[in-house]
Design a binder for this molecule. Structure first.
Ligand code: 5AD
Ligand code: SF4
Length: 448
């Protein structure tokens, strides 16, 4: 009997990957995807706990689902992901209509949890960090609906314990998948039509998976291995940590043409005192040096980053050091957040928490600067011809939407197909993407 499954995903790309894998795990039980909760037999909320706002969303969504649950016998609700891990007991207590609570490392057990919950009253809860990896129990991942760009988790968890961050507690200890498993999954995805792979990990460049000979290899070597897969055109990875950018990875950026010239490298702050209080393990000068090395290897590398404003004790001068670093480095894109105290993390207990209005004001100043840098980066691309991987049809007939090597969203009126990489001359900045026209060929000597 087929049953309908609706998964709502919050948070990072890792959650997007996990949601797809949850659907894979439940497929043998007859669950097929639905795009609305209204006719679903099972709704999964795959939650994020990174900031307070993110984790509050789950409680309001569960409130909205309550009438559905009351109206439809047999309708089930599961809460998965990082808020499930951190607040499982609380969810069950406050939301008794929840049937299943499952953490990020235990979702391969969804079938038995769903079965258990449907047999008995009360929620089935599993927030273990099992000794054996979920990857050993998940069915093989397949290319999702022919989409040409896919995520592949190669590493999970984190041992770095930045003082603001819940990830070490919600995702657990650092773990790298074996190289052969990763390569097999990559090959299957490419056979299914995938042209671009984004390798995922909370700390992706801390990757140290074992190869067939039992040797540990790093991300640079893994990139080189995966780049040999025929039919795979592009590789990316996210999210990386400045401390784990090693020479091998820098070299791969220099001479592996399939590795795209775009890097998300969170720095969080430009102040050494704040970086130290965050336990980031590097100074602002060391970050500048890493960027120099990367740019020396790959001059057209576009950088992206994450920033936190209003970390406990941050003074105006320390915030100004962040603005200085941004001005000096220049980012193609960036994400910036107000510090959000997370229960159980060391920074939540620090003195001198910054008042909300001060955080607001700093965020506005930082975002204005970052927005100007993004606009300038995109404007500088107008008139250039760049290869674009078409990922999906646009809203208008014939229209195609894709990405440049620098991850810029690009749309064209026609002239290609989903899954193709075509030269596109960029002509105009639109609201959320760049408009362009497909042309016959790349100009001689063009990069990427
Ligand atoms: N408050 C605000 N931002 C946070 N991030 C992580 N933890 C917090 C927090 N407690 C941001 C960091 C990280 C990104 C994923 O989220 O910038 O790189
Ligand atoms: Fe959110 Fe972090 Fe969990 Fe991703 S890993 S869902 S960003 S808390």
């Amino acid at each position: 009997m087929t049953k309908k499954l609706f998964i709502k995903t919050y948070g990072c790309q890792m959650n997007v990957y996990d949601s797809a894998r949850m659907a894979d795990v439940l497929a043998p039980l007859g669950y097929v995807a639905s795009d609305t909760p209204d006719d679903a037999d099972l709704v999964i909320l795959n939650t994020c706990h990174i900031r307070e706002k993110a984790s509050e969303k789950v409680f309001s969504e569960l409130g909205r689902l309550r009438p559905l649950k009351a109206a439809r016998p047999g309708f089930m609700i599961a809460v998965a992901g990082c808020t499930a891990q951190a607040e499982g007991e609380e969810i069950v207590r406050r939301m008794p209509h929840v049937d299943v609570v499952v953490g990020p490392q235990a979702y391969h057990r969804l079938p038995e949890l769903v079965a258990r919950a449907s047999r008995a009253a009360g929620a089935a809860l599993d927030t273990d960090f099992p000794v054996d990896s979920k990857f050993d129990h998940l069915p093989a991942a397949n290319a999702a609906g022919g989409a040409p760009a896919a995520f592949l988790t190669i590493q999970e968890g984190c041992d770095k314990f930045c003082t603001f961050c819940v990830v070490p507690y919600t995702r657990g200890a650092e773990y790298s998948r074996p190289v052969a498993d990763i390569e097999a999954e990559a090959r299957r995805l490419v056979e299914g039509g995938v042209r671009e792979l984004t390798l995922l990990g909370q700390n992706v460049n801390a990757f140290h998976g074992r190869d067939e000979a039992g040797r540990e290899i790093g991300l640079g070597a893994l990139v080189r291995r995966l780049a040999r897969i025929e039919g795979l055109a592009r590789l990316r990875y996210t999210t990386s940590h400045p401390r784990d950018v090693d020479d091998e990875l820098v070299a791969a950026h220099g001479d592996e043409p399939k590795l795209m010239p775009y890097l998300h490298l969170p720095v969080q702050s430009g102040s050494d005192r704040i970086l130290d209080a965050m336990n980031r393990g590097h100074t602002a000068a060391q970050f500048r040096r890493i960027v120099e090395r990367l740019r020396a290897a790959r001059p057209d590398l576009a950088l992206s980053s994450d920033f936190i404003v209003g970390f406990p004790g941050e003074t105006e001068a320390e915030f100004a050091a962040t603005l200085d670093l941004v001005r000096e480095i220049g980012f193609a894109t960036a994400f910036s957040f107000k510090y959000s105290a997370r229960p159980g993390t060391p920074a939540a207990l620090m003195d001198r928490q910054v008042p909300e209005p001060v955080k607001d004001e700093r965020l506005q100043r930082l975002q204005a600067l970052l927005r100007a840098q993004t606009d300038a980066f995109n404007a500088a691309c107008l008139g250039r011809t760049v290869p674009v991987l078409f990922e999906r049809p646009g809203r208008h007939p014939g229209q195609l939407v894709g990405r440049s090597p620098w991850l810029q969203p690009v749309h064209v009126g026609g002239g290609g197909e989903v899954g193709e990489i075509r030269p596109v001359r960029l002509t105009r900045l639109a609201t959320n993407s760049i408009a362009g026209d497909v042309v016959d060929e790349m100009p001689a000597g063009a990069a990427a």
